[in-house]
Structure formats: structure tokens, C-alpha cells
Design a protein around this ligand. Structure first.
Ligand code: RUG
Length: 834
């Protein structure tokens, strides 16, 4: 890099490389400089918000240098890059992460203290970057952290939503959605007004035959929207590598507004084009595991993949390599089916714009893409109506039909005369209207398809994608069990635990190689270690108890068992079973004498999570939790024995506080419905135990930490179908304990019973699809085992230490290395001055 700098600029360049803060004083100087010049404020009125801004800008300056160097290093190396296409990146806060990854949080803490600020208060000023719904978006964020930390040449591509996931308020026990405008001041993004791409929508296709008899298709007319790049630096941990996340923002192609309309007095419409264009990247769709098929969503998807592919192809073309080398230089991972249009768009670029033959182009396409499936839930599998496609993306629809034709011809050769097989695997569903099945397109257009936990990867092969295993053979389908970044989910979220671990492992190397956690198992009988272990958990619980008091007004006892279920509210995740279990506990307590009650294990049941705004049942569940809390928390008979808390607006930064404070967390989805789950990993890594079903990654967690350290219950995935069949055609009775719970609700114990009848009749009258009643007895019994185990505090601490020590497998670093080796075929790029 240095050698390529022209001589006149070299001296200045060299001087600049050594700038930045070396110590506390250097840091302070930078903060003061940013307060006074960048923010144009004086130090006399520098409040916490200004301190946050200046501190972020000081760290950002350091990131930018490494970011530039990393990009140059990757360009010069000219090796293969991976592009992670995700419609969601749930990044959370950036400042704390940047300070820790750069390794200068201590310097900042000391510097800020001297300026009169507590670093925790400064960190708290940052608005979460909440460009995602839940697990899928957070996984993408963990992957970016690992890709940078492991020195892979990688870019993320996403959308820069003006409004991320809504802010949740709880008013009178009901969820109310408030828009979350997060871009007021965002020092972590760089607008690239020079990096823009024109994106076409609508219009029509003309075809002509050229002199060689080849058909040339041209997509004409329609409208153009401009995509503008915004870059976010992604610092690796303990490495200078700083990767790039590029988010696209939409803008009218024709500039600010239509002067002609404005001058002719049509003021309202003069800005209409601009507003329509900006709508594309305006808001994140707030649905988790649900496809609604809205036109604007399809527009978002095409806008984003077309801009990203243009960028990727432009970068490849600079190397002047032959097209056939494209898959040697480029790996593109489809995070779910949301970016599947990229398959069609690349084929369009190669065939229509670059003039390649169909076969050659299709080879390039399929060797470039990998597809990750994250769900088997039918309501989450994306389908788009053919008429909508025809209207919005007419050329893409033609290409999809051609891709399907060639694919079905190949299937027919393998399975002659099997019409049903053809209908089942077709990319087009012959419904009314016809639909494009995006998962089928993603499978056909990729060289590898992976699930996200062992059970899930087996399930996709035996259920939704069974036919494709026959068509393509089993090798195309693989598993990469999800992981989490230990930097954010241990080091950042639980600094005291991280420090205790490093004092025993001898270094912080476990943050780069999580299997080193195994070393702490040697200390599981060490008295001082155990004492500190328990103290850390207690301190984290005290912190959460303060937050609960501040936000809900309820006093909770930090010595009680903290039982936490925080995740999106969904029937398949079964928060309804949890709250029914809480009601059962309440009824049991009420039936006991004061003496008997004394023997009872005190608990705080903590819930958190957002319901999609249109998901009526999920909202009812939130309402019931709050209604139960209102009764139980004010019942003098009960006191500290049971408290029920709903924490408002669960997000990444709240997760960082809640997770380290849990004794027990609930991962209780109906077996076979939760693809992986990743919060289960976060909780165990922080020394909390799990109550869970044999679902998703719970199974692998059990294998790693041992059956004695987890509370498993409920029916198995392999039995679910038969049980459901029996609900409809056999005898069906609701579990007697659950009947009592329903009776209490119907009696009005928790307010107007009609408010909760949907939840009751889903179980009692509508086939209990999620097996709440079937699993209830086993759930209640297992909760009793939890109480018993918790009363033996020594035994509990042993379980907690053993579990953490055995969590090495669940690092997203392991996961990214598996993708790199098994799917992307890329190697890390050496960093000399590491
Ligand atoms: O529901 C799944 C989780 O089980 C999983 O852990 C996560 C990451 O793989 O993805 C979640 N998911 C699936 N979010 N959306 C979908 C379907 O679009």
C-alpha cells in the first residue's frame, strides 16, 4: 500500500498513519477537539449526549484508517471475497463494540472520567441500530463481527431503513407501536454520494434477433430510482481488519423535485416522485417468520439486490478477469430467500447485458450463490404472485420461467413421467394466481443449501425440500449450526464474567478461540472462583432489578430465581404456555397455607419481546402477561414468591443487560418449529441454565454441556405430526391442570375474560396446533425440578460453570469458518502488523 502512494503525498500520509490517541490524554484531546470543532459546542455545555458524539467521532477516526487499509489490502490481494446479502442487520450499539474490538475501552473510560463522565452513561446515549426483527438479523450482525475478526475479505449488503423495528410501548397492558427514527445523529455511517446505482422498475421487454440468430431481450421504460450507498465500518476484534457493511438508501433519480410541476403550480405533486422513491428504503417490515407478500417489500428486495450486484460486478470487472472466473472471486450468501432475486439479476446481467450464452451464465450463477434456510414454517416461506412480478419486473419473470423450464427438463430426464414431482418442485406454483416460490428458486440457483442447526437441517431434507434432495442428491444440502459472537455476548455484555474467565484461562484468547473456555472447568470446585462466579450473577441480577423498578415500578428480590423468556412473541415460541404455567404456579401458591408457602422457591418471571403489529394472537399474549402481572404483583398473600414482569421494547442493548442476569431462560418452542434459536446460546454462555424442548440448537447445546445441565421436556419433533393428526381425528382432551388455568381466566381473575378467549380456544377448540396442552404437564413437572435444583445453590453453580466451560462450539467464529470452508471456499487474508 505504502509503495503505491505518490512521493509528494507520502510524507503527509505517513504522519497521518500515526495520528489518533495513544493514551488517555491523546483520547481526551480528540474528544475535546470534536466537541469544539465538529459539534461546535463548548466544553462548558458538553452533556452526556455530546460526550457520546465526540467519543464516537474520536473512535470513528481510528476505525476509518484501518478500514481504508483493509479495503486496500483486500484490493491488492485480489483474492476471493464473500458478500453477505441480508435484508436485516440487527447491529445494536456500535461505540462499546468499537472500543472493545480496538482494545481501548480502558483508555476511554479513564479519559471520560477525567472529563467528568461515567463511560456507562455515555454508552447509554447511543440509539440501537435496529435494522432487523430478531434472530435472523442478529445472526447477520454476529457474522459480520466474526468475518472481520477472522480477517476474511467480506462485505455485508443491506438496506438503510429510515425507520428500523418500531419502538414498543406498553400502555394499559397493551402493545403500542411507535416509529423509531434512529438517524438523527449517526456517526457510524458514511454517505457515499458518489456511489449510486440507477434501479429500474416496471416497463416492458422487447425481443429481437441479432445477426447470429441470437435472441436479444431489452428491458425498457418504467421508472428509475437511485440507490445511494451508506458505508458502516465493521471492526474486527484484536485485529486491524475493518470490513464494510454497505446499506442502500433510495432517492428519486430526477433530483429533489420536479421543477416543471412546481413552476406550473402543481406543488403537491412536485415532490411526489421524490417521496415515492424514498418510500422504498423508508421502513423495515416488522414481521418475523411471516411473509405478507406486499408489493413494496418486493420493490425493496429488488432495489437492494440490484444495487448490490451492480456494485459486486463493477468491482469484479476492475480486475479484468474472464467471466468464468467470477465464482473464483465472488461468493454470495443469501440470508434466507429475501435476496433470491439476486440469482435472476446476475443471470440477467450476464445474458442480457454482457452477452454470455445461457449455459455459461447459469454455471457462473449457480457456482456463486449459497442459500441459507432459516425456517420450515409454511407461513414464512416467501411466494410472490406472478401478476405482481409481471408488473414490477417483467424481464425477471421471463428469466424465471426460462430457469424453471430448463430445471424441469432436467428433472424430467431424471424422473420421466413423474408429473407430480414436476409440479411439486416447480418454481411456479400453479395456483390462482400463479405464485413464484422463492425457496425453490434459491435452491435451483445455488450450489449449497444449508440449515442452521442439525435438527433443522435434517428436517428441511425430509420435509419441505425432500424432493430436491432426490433431484440434486444429498451433497447439495448441508448444516451449519448457528453461533454467536463472544465479543458482544460475553465480553461486552458481561465484563466481570469475561474478566474472571480470563484470569483463569490466562489471557483473553478465549474471545478469539471460544473452545478455550474448557479450561475453566478445572476451577469448578475452587471455592474462591465459585464465590466470585455466584457474586457476578447476583450483581447482574441487582442491575436488572433496578431497571425493572425504574421501568415498571415493581420491586423484585434479586435472590429469587430469575426466569426469563425474551424473544419475538410468536405462538410457535409458546410464550402462552409460559404464562399459563405462571398462572398455574399462582393458583398453586394461593391454595397453600402460609406455612407451606414458605417452602416455595421464589421466582420472578420476566418476559420481553415485540409482536408484529398485525399479529392479533401475539398481542393477546402480551396483554395476558401484563394482566397476570397486575394481579400477582399486587397480591399480598404472594409477596416475593412470584412476580411477573413484562419488559418494554426488548432490543439488542436490553438483551445485553437482561441475559447476564438470568438464572433460567425459556426456549420452549413446539418441537420442529424453531430452526435454531441463538439466544439459548447467549444465555448459557452467561451462566444461565435453560428449560427447553428438543428443538433447534437446544439439542446440540445439550450434547455439548451434558443432559444433567439442562431441563428438557415435551414431545419430540418426530411425534408432532401424529399428535396433530390425533387432535383432529382422534380423542382430544385438554390437560387437567391447564383446564384449571383456563377456568381462572374465564372467571375474570385477570380482568375481562373475553380479551383472552382467542388463546384459550386455540388450544381447546381449534386443534391446539402448537401442542400447548400436550406439553403442559411435562412443562410443569420440569419447572418443579428447576425449583428443586435451584434450592441446591451449590449444585446450581456447578451446573452453571460446567455449561459455560462447554460452550466453545457455539461461537460464530466456528460457524463462519465452516461457511468459508464448506460453502464459500475462501481463506482469511493475512494481516502482517497484527
Ligand atoms: O426463527 C429463526 C431462528 O430459529 C434462527 O435462530 C434465526 C437465525 O437462523 O432465524 C430465525 N428466523 C427465521 N427469522 N426469520 C426467519 C424466517 O424468515
Amino acid at each position: 500500500v505504502e509503495a503505491s502512494i505518490p512521493e509528494p503525498q507520502r510524507k503527509a500520509w505517513l504522519a497521518h498513519q500515526t495520528s489518533g490517541f495513544k493514551d488517555k490524554d491523546g483520547f481526551e484531546t480528540e474528544v475535546v477537539r470534536h466537541v469544539e470543532t465538529t459539534l461546535a459546542r463548548s466544553m462548558y455545555n458538553c452533556d452526556e449526549q455530546a460526550a457520546y458524539s465526540a467519543c464516537s467521532l474520536a473512535f470513528r477516526d481510528r476505525l476509518i484508517l484501518e478500514w481504508n487499509r483493509t479495503q486496500q489490502r483486500q484490493t491488492f490481494a485480489d483474492s476471493k471475497r464473500v458478500y453477505y446479502l441480508s435484508l436485516e442487520f440487527l447491529m445494536g450499539r456500535a461505540l462499546d463494540n468499537a472500543m472493545l474490538n480496538i482494545g481501548q475501552k480502558d483508555v476511554a473510560k479513564a479519559g471520560l472520567a477525567e472529563l467528568g463522565f461515567r463511560i456507562e452513561d455515555v454508552i447509554e446515549q447511543e440509539h440501537d441500530a435496529a435494522l432487523g426483527n430478531g434472530g435472523l438479523g442478529r445472526l447477520a450482525a454476529c457474522f459480520l463481527d466474526s468475518l472481520a475478526s477472522l480477517n476474511y475479505s467480506a462485505w455485508g449488503y443491506g438496506l438503510r431503513y429510515r425507520y428500523g423495528i418500531f419502538k414498543q410501548e406498553i400502555i394499559d397492558g397493551y402493545q403500542v407501536e411507535v416509529p423509531d427514527y434512529w438517524l438523527d445523529f449517526n456517526p457510524w455511517e458514511f454517505p457515499r454520494h458518489d456511489v449510486t446505482v440507477d434501479i429500474q422498475f416496471y416497463g416492458h421487454v422487447t425481443k429481437r434477433t441479432d445477426d447470429n440468430g441470437k435472441t436479444i431481450a431489452t428491458w425498457e421504460g418504467g421508472e428509475i430510482v437511485k440507490a445511494v450507498a451508506y458505508d458502516v465500518p465493521i471492526p474486527g476484534y484484536a485485529t486491524p481488519s475493518t470490513n464494510n457493511l454497505r446499506l442502500w438508501s433510495s432517492k428519486a433519480a430526477s433530483g429533489e423535485f420536479d421543477f416543471q410541476k412546481f413552476n406550473s403550480g402543481d406543488y403537491e405533486n412536485s415532490v411526489a416522485d421524490q417521496q415515492r422513491a424514498e418510500t422504498i428504503s423508508a421502513v423495515l417490515y416488522p414481521n418475523d417468520n411471516l411473509d405478507r407478500g406486499k408489493e413494496l417489500r418486493l420493490k425493496q428486495q429488488y432495489f437492494w439486490v440490484a444495487a448490490s450486484l451492480y456494485d459486486i460486478v463493477r468491482r469484479f470487472k476492475k480486475s479484468r478477469r474472464a467471466w468464468k472466473e467470477f465464482p473464483d472471486q465472488v461468493a454470495i450468501q443469501l440470508n434466507d430467500t429475501h435476496p433470491t432475486l439476486a440469482v435472476v439479476e446476475l443471470q440477467r446481467i450476464l445474458v442480457d447485458l454482457e452477452g454470455l450464452d445461457w449455459e455459461e451464465a447459469w454455471n457462473i450463477v449457480t457456482n456463486t450463490f449459497g442459500y441459507t434456510n432459516h425456517t420450515v414454517l409454511p407461513e414464512a416461506l416467501e411466494k410472490w404472485s406472478v401478476p405482481l412480478f409481471q408488473h414490477l419486473l417483467p424481464r425477471h419473470l421471463q428469466l424465471i420461467y426460462d430457469i424453471n423450464l430448463f430445471f424441469l427438463q432436467s428433472v424430467e430426464r431424471k424422473f420421466p413421467k413423474d408429473r407430480e414431482m414436476l409440479a411439486r418442485v416447480s418454481i411456479i406454483e400453479e395456483s390462482q394466481p400463479k405464485m413464484v416460490r422463492m425457496a425453490h428458486l434459491a435452491i435451483v440457483g445455488s450450489h449449497k443449501v444449508n440449515g442452521v442447526a442439525e435438527l433443522h437441517s435434517d428436517l428441511i431434507k425430509t420435509t419441505i425440500f425432500k424432493d430436491f434432495v432426490e433431484v440434486f442428491g444429498p451433497d447439495k444440502f448441508t448444516n451449519v449450526t448457528n453461533g454467536i459472537t463472544p465479543r458482544r455476548w460475553l465480553h461486552q455484555a458481561n465484563p466481570r464474567l469475561s474478566e474472571l474467565i480470563s484470569s483463569k484461562t490466562g489471557s483473553q484468547n478465549f474471545l478469539k478461540d471460544l473452545t478455550e473456555l474448557a479450561k475453566i472447568e478445572h476451577y469448578k470446585d475452587d471455592k474462591a472462583f465459585r464465590k466470585e462466579w455466584a457474586e457476578i450473577k447476583y450483581a447482574n441480577k441487582v442491575r436488572l432489578a433496578k431497571h425493572i423498578k425504574k421501568t415498571t415500578g415493581v420491586d423484585v428480590n434479586p435472590s429469587a430465581l430469575f426466569d426469563v423468556q425474551v424473544k419475538r412473541i410468536h405462538e410457535y415460541k409458546r410464550q402462552q404456555m409460559n404464562i399459563f404455567g405462571v398462572i398455574h404456579r399462582y393458583l398453586t401458591l394461593k391454595s397453600l397455607s402460609p406455612e407451606e408457602r414458605k417452602k416455595f422457591q421464589p421466582r420472578v418471571s420476566i418476559f420481553g419481546g415485540k409482536a408484529a403489529p398485525g399479529y392479533w394472537m401475539a398481542k393477546q399474549i402480551i396483554h395476558l402477561i401484563n394482566a397476570v402481572g397486575a394481579v400477582v404483583n399486587n397480591d399480598k398473600d404472594i409477596g416475593d414468591l412470584l412476580k411477573v414482569i413484562f419488559l418494554e421494547d426488548y432490543n439488542v442493548s436490553k438483551a445485553e443487560m437482561i441475559i447476564p442476569a438470568s438464572d433460567l431462560s425459556e426456549h420452549i418452542s413446539t418441537a420442529g418449529t424453531e430452526a435454531s434459536g441463538t439466544s439459548n446460546m447467549k444465555f448459557v454462555l452467561n451462566g444461565g441454565l435453560i428449560i427447553g424442548t428438543c428443538d433447534g440448537a437446544n439439542i446440540e447445546i445439550t450434547r455439548e454441556i451434558g443432559e444433567q445441565n439442562i431441563f428438557l421436556f415435551g414431545n419430540l419433533a418426530e411425534d408432532v405430526e401424529d399428535i396433530r393428526h390425533n387432535h383432529t381425528y382422534g380423542s382430544y382432551t385438554v390437560d387437567p391442570d391447564l383446564v384449571k388455568v383456563f377456568e381462572a381466566i374465564e372467571k375474570g381473575t385477570f380482568g375481562e375474560p373475553n380479551d383472552f378467549m382467542g388463546m384459550i380456544s386455540a388450544v381447546r377448540d381449534h386443534g391446539d396446533f402448537y401442542l400447548v396442552s400436550d406439553d403442559f404437564h411435562s412443562y410443569i413437572e420440569t419447572q418443579e425440578l428447576v425449583d428443586k435444583a435451584y434450592r441446591d445453590q451449590e449444585g446450581w453453580v456447578t451446573k452453571s460453570i460446567e455449561s459455560v466451560a462447554r460452550m466453545g462450539f457455539f461461537s460464530s467464529d466456528r460457524c463462519i469458518n465452516e461457511y468459508a470452508e464448506g460453502i464459500w471456499n475462501i481463506e482469511p487474508l493475512a494481516v502482517k502488523d497484527q
